[in-house]
Structures are given as C-alpha cells and as structure tokens.
Design a protein around this ligand. Structure first.
Ligand SMILES: Cc1cc2nc3c(=O)[nH]c(=O)nc-3n(C[C@H](O)[C@H](O)[C@H](O)COP(=O)(O)OP(=O)(O)OC[C@H]3O[C@@H](n4cnc5c(N)ncnc54)[C@H](O)[C@@H]3O)c2cc1C
Length: 407
C-alpha cells in the first residue's frame, strides 16, 4: 500500500490547482520546500489577461477565467473584471488589424471611439489607435487567491508538508513510486512536478526539460488613478500595468537574460559582466535587486505613454521576484506526462509570467493525464515533444506571440 495516491511537488498556483483537481477522488499530499504558496506565485501581479497571453487557446482561456468569475465574492476573493488595452503606434496598425480580425475578444478602436482614451494615454503618446480586450480579462490579488486555493484544497482533504525539499523523484522499473525528501521517503502511485523554476533541477536525471528561469520587476505608483482605469501593456517597452484596489498603478517589466533585447540599462549592467553566471544563465545578484531598467522607464518613457505617470518618485513599493518564474523555448507551458519520462509522472511548469491567470486550466490538464477525465481543451500544444531541445540555453521567446503581429 502506498502512502498517497498522488504527491504534488510545489504549492504555487500550478501545484494547488493540480492538488484540488486530483483530491476530488484521490489522497493527495502537497510538498513544498518553502511555506505554502510562497514561491513565484506569491509575487504575481494578478493580471488576468489570458486572451492576450494565450491567444491561440480560447478554450483554455474560457475554462480558466470563468472560474475566477464563479469564485468572485466567495471567501476572501475579489475578482474584478476590467478591460485590457494596448496602444497601437502608426507602424503597428496593420498588425493590430490582423490581431483584431483573428482574435475573438478584441476590437481595434480610434481615439474618439474609446471613451477612456484621454484618461489613459498621455496627450503626447505615440499611439494612433487602441486594441481593447473586454472579455475574460480582469485582476485579483494573489494574497487572496493563494489562501483561497489552499482552503479549497484543505476542504477536499489535501495534506500539506511545507518546508520540505524534495530531493528526488523515485522511479522503479520505469514507474514513479514516490519521492525522497530531505527528511524521509514517501510512496505514491503518481507524482505531479509543479515546482516552477525548480522543476528542471528536480527532474534532471529523470526527465530533463527545456525550462529556464527569468524574473520581472514591479513598482506600485501612488498617483490617484481615476476609477475604472483600464489594465494594459506596451509591446515595445515590454511593460504591463493594472490599477490596484486603492487606485494605485502597478507596473511591471519583463527581464530577459542572455538576449540582445533586454531592457537597455539592464543590458549595459549585465555586459559589464563582473558577476558569475549561474548554470541556468541568471546571475544570482539579480534575484533580489530592483532593476534600474524599470526606474528609467518610469522616469523617461512611461510618462510619454500614460496619463497620470510622471516620475518614479511616485513609487511606494518595489517588487522583484526572488525565486524566478520559469519559461520554455516558445514561452508556453509544458503540461504533459511525456513518454520519454517514467510512467505516472506529470509535469506542469514553464508558465512564463502567465501562470496565475491559467490556474484552473493547469489542474484540469494535469487531471486528464492521471484519470479517465477528458481535458476540457486541446492539450497537445502543451506537450514536451513539440520541442527539439532538452537544453536550457534556448533563446528567450517574446512575451506574447501576438507581439509578432505588431512588429
Ligand atoms: C513579479 C511577477 C509578476 C507576475 N504577474 C503575473 C500576472 O499578473 N498574472 C499571471 O498570470 N502570472 C503572473 N506572474 C507569473 C506567475 O507568478 C507564475 O507563472 C506562476 O506563479 C507559476 O506558478 P508555479 O506554481 O508554476 O510556480 P511557483 O509559484 O514558483 O511554485 C513552485 C513551488 O515549488 C517549490 N519547489 C521548488 N523546488 C522544490 C523542491 N525540490 N521540493 C519542494 N518544493 C519545491 C517552490 O518552493 C515553489 O513554492 C508573475 C510573476 C512575477 C514574478
């Protein structure tokens, strides 16, 4: 007799969603090296822009976001529906027309046709039009979302073992038989590896994965935004933003590593090259540092894009992601029980800044591999065998695939 039907390694949004889905009819143990939900998920901005980050996966989007709508107001969770806007520069209009034609939840609008234009964009902004997504977009706070998920898991009988590092996934005769933790051996019929950026090192000997780390920087500006300020982003500057419940502006920027198109300041700093690189290509000094790239953006570039933003001096809080999110060669996740790995091992990792918005769909996909349940959306796009490589030195993919259309 095994100790558990399923062990889930990792208690971020991926692990908690997987555990909740499996606990409907299985004994589930969640193990985390840290406190529950204290990984990358705890730093997320809570922007739900699933149609923008997963434009080719409408069923995945619907499945994920309808859950937020359903859970809104239950327990501590507030989910706020809000449109997401993307200013369109003159040279981007043709690409934006294609996006609007192709994607079902977005429209391309003129300034006169978008009533929040003047409240949103600076009068000197370079934008000629705006793409507006107004379905399946919104925001929540992860310090409400993670306890909500954990509570839902507890109600289904999930057990938790925090502050316990899994050192190895145990395999016998080609099948998973459990895990070895820093304290003891635990048996299970199946293992879900949902360890975020820890997934690659954890599975190194069992199932090498093309997953590498990257981080974001975030600042909160106290600038008294008007009510109903839209969420949004700018492809060229690689930023996104959203209003907070107390009308601050949360603004974030993606960091790239080992590429030419990293934010300028950061690139110059990296190029000085006086720090040892970790094997995965991220220098340890960056983990805890607020990047000067964001500060420069807030002082120089964003004031010309967004009304209300004037200076980085308005920042009341800076956030970095000390533990790093994970990404893959195409910036889309791997959710799979690959044939090249042992039986009964499911992987859910590589969410590239878009894991929280996908919470529900992650667990549903994991469950479809461990039970006879059908996956409510196509799962082939998440399979490992779409990649030729298992290395981690791949090029950093753009933030969202629709960006290609905007160039
Ligand atoms: C600043 C920032 C802003 C973001 N904003 C958004 C956003 O607005 N919307 C959105 O959808 N996404 C956002 N993201 C991305 C999102 O946070 C991630 O995609 C998501 O949280 C990944 O969840 P996860 O469960 O895969 O990983 P994690 O949350 O990192 O969880 C993995 C867990 O595994 C544990 N672990 C690792 N190795 C081991 C081991 N060997 N043994 C035991 N436990 C282990 C870790 O301790 C960790 O708790 C943002 C990320 C950052 C950093």
């Amino acid at each position: 007799m095994t100790d558990y039907d399923v062990i889930v390694i990792g208690s971020g949004v991926s692990g908690l969603s997987s555990a909740w889905h499996m606990a409907e009819d299985h004994d589930v143990l969640v193990i985390d090296a840290d406190a529950i939900g204290n990984g990358t998920s705890s730093r997320a901005s809570g922007v739900i822009m699933t149609p923008i980050d997963y434009p080719e996966w409408p069923e995945w989007t619907q499945h994920a976001v309808e859950w937020f709508e359903k859970l809104d107001g239950r327990g501590v969770l507030d989910y706020t529906e809000r449109e997401y806007v993307r200013g369109v520069r003159p040279e981007e209009v043709e690409g934006a027309e294609e996006v609007a034609e192709r994607d079902e939840w977005v429209t391309l609008r003129d300034p006169d046709d978008y009533y929040k234009w003047d409240d949103t964009f600076d009068e000197d902004s370079p934008y000629e039009k705006v793409l507006v997504w107004d379905e399946y977009t919104g925001y929540l706070d992860v310090d409400q979302w993670l306890p909500t998920l954990q509570h839902m898991c507890v109600k289904r009988g999930v057990e938790f073992r925090p502050d316990t590092t899994v050192e190895e996934v145990r395999v016998e005769g080609g099948e998973v038989v459990g895990v070895e933790t820093e304290y003891r051996t635990v048996d299970a019929d199946a293992v879900v590896a949902a360890a975020g950026s820890g997934t690659r090192p954890l599975l190194e000997d069992v199932l090498p994965l093309p997953i590498r780390k990257f981080v974001w920087n975030v600042a909160y500006l106290d600038i008294g935004l008007p009510d109903d300020y839209p969420m949004g982003g700018d492809a060229q500057e690689e930023i996104y933003w959203r209003p907070t419940r107390d009308n601050q502006l949360l603004i974030g920027i993606e960091h790239h590593y080992g590429e030419e198109d990293r934010p300028r300041e950061r690139r110059e700093q990296d190029d000085r090259g006086d720090q040892e690189a970790e094997p995965d290509g991220i220098r340890s000094d960056h983990h805890m540092e607020v990047g000067p790239g964001l500060e420069q953006l807030l002082n120089e570039d964003v004031p010309n894009l967004l009304n209300h933003v004037e200076t980085a001096d308005d920042a009341v809080r800076w956030e970095v992601c000390p533990m790093a999110d994970s990404t893959t060669p195409d910036a889309k996740p791997i959710i799979d029980a690959p044939e090249e790995g042992p039986d009964d091992l499911v992987v859910a990792a590589g969410f590239h800044g878009a894991g929280v918005m996908a919470t529900k769909s992650i667990g549903a996909a994991v469950r479809s591999y461990l039970t006879d349940d059908e996956c409510p959306f196509p799962r082939d796009p998440m399979k490992l065998d779409r990649f030729d490589t298992r290395d981690t030195d791949f090029e950093f993919a753009p933030m969202t695939s629709w960006q290609e259309h905007m160039k």
